[in-house]
Design a binder for this molecule. Structure first.
Ligand code: SF4
Ligand code: SF4
Length: 337
């Protein structure tokens, strides 16, 4: 795969990297084998997070046997204060069985108040700079879902990368963030390149993304088939043909604007509703006409949309400002009336 420069880090990364979320769903053996295969097939950028349960340890296990030096390893933490962030870095190093990380990121900065805490006195940035001085981490980045917030954050001189969702149904970063990142020489890491699994044409979506000035897209993968499909795009990220553009437009039109990206930031719901799954079932009916299939799964859920007491807590957390309460009412009508 032809490499791209990850902004001012200077790292040369493959345009398709490995997103570490879905390996949590696999057995340890399968997860380890998939990560190894990814590296053997040429992927040189792996992203994970403290918050992805077993992901770090599985990646650590996969790389322990001589593969560590073939990849750039990135992780991230939700800790916002210096002491907490330092502990998280140390835990990541232990889990990933390495004595340095190529990139460590402030995970999911959702607003400027949080960023002030991170970058202010006693904040996580202080710990990151110290860890960088000590060689525990080599570069510092940030991840978040909201383009406007990230645009502001790019002004910070210490940041080297921005991780953001960007795909044919989440196009906001293209308006300003990508331009600012270029101006400030920040590497762009594209998370959720398949809109959290909603886009089933990985090839089209990845090729669409890679026409923009981004460094690396990190699709999550949990099978060899997905890995091989993604790598094929990385090896030949050619622009879409007119017919492929039309197919992609049709796909995004079907998904619509009111679309849940399954980021799970709305959770936990105090009533125990698995909100993204409710919308996923709805999507299966609307997008694929699988009413019986989805109804069966909806009814098998421990708690369904009808348990919503409309407290609104989830809506304050959704980075896409989805009207979750109203959407849940529609889900209830769809499956229960
Ligand atoms: S509004 Fe409904 S779904 Fe959202 S947190 Fe409250 S009870 Fe849960
Ligand atoms: S409702 Fe919002 S926060 Fe919850 S998973 Fe969907 S997009 Fe994410």
């Amino acid at each position: 795969m032809q490499k791209r420069r990850l902004g001012k880090t200077g790292l040369q990364v493959t345009p398709v990297g490995f997103g570490g979320i879905p390996i949590q769903r696999l057995s340890e053996e399968d997860a380890v084998s998939l990560v190894r295969k990814a590296v053997e097939l040429g992927i040189n950028f792996i992203d994970t997070a403290r918050g992805y349960t077993t992901s770090e340890t599985r990646i650590g296990l996969a790389l322990a046997d001589g593969l560590r030096d073939q990849v750039y390893l990135a992780s991230k933490s939700m800790a916002r204060d210096a002491d907490g962030f330092r502990r998280e870095i140390e835990t990541s190093l232990t889990n990933l069985r390495t004595d340095y990380l190529d990139l460590y990121q402030f995970h999911n900065i959702r607003n400027l108040e949080t960023w002030e805490k991170v970058s202010g006195p006693g904040g996580a940035l202080e710990a990151a700079l110290k860890a960088k001085e000590e060689g525990l981490i080599r570069h510092i980045g940030v991840s978040g879902h909201l383009s406007d917030v990230l645009c502001e954050i790019t002004k910070n001189e210490h940041l080297e990368t921005i991780q953001v969702p960007f795909n044919p149904v989440e196009t906001r970063p293209a308006d300003k963030l990508l331009m600012l990142a270029q101006e400030r020489d920040l590497g762009i890491i594209v998370m959720k390149p398949l809109a959290g699994g909603a886009i089933d044409r990985a090839d089209l979506s990845l090729r669409w993304i890679l026409q923009y000035p981004v460094s690396v897209a990190i699709p999550g993968m949990d099978s060899l088939k997905q890995l091989e499909e993604n790598i094929a795009v990385g090896r030949d990220p050619r622009p879409l043909e007119p017919e492929e553009k039309r197919a992609l437009s049709e796909l995004t039109r079907k998904l619509g604007k009111d679309f849940c990206r399954r980021c799970e930031y709305c959770l936990p719901c105090p009533e125990g509703i698995d909100i993204p799954s409710m919308f996923l079932f709805e999507g299966y009916v609307q997008r694929y006409g699988l009413k019986d299939w989805a109804t069966e799964r909806y009814r098998a859920s421990k708690v369904t949309a009808s348990a919503c007491v409309e407290c609104g807590t989830c809506e304050t957390r959704c980075p896409y400002n989805l009207p979750i309460r109203n959407k849940l009412k529609r889900v209830r009508e769809l499956f229960e009336e």
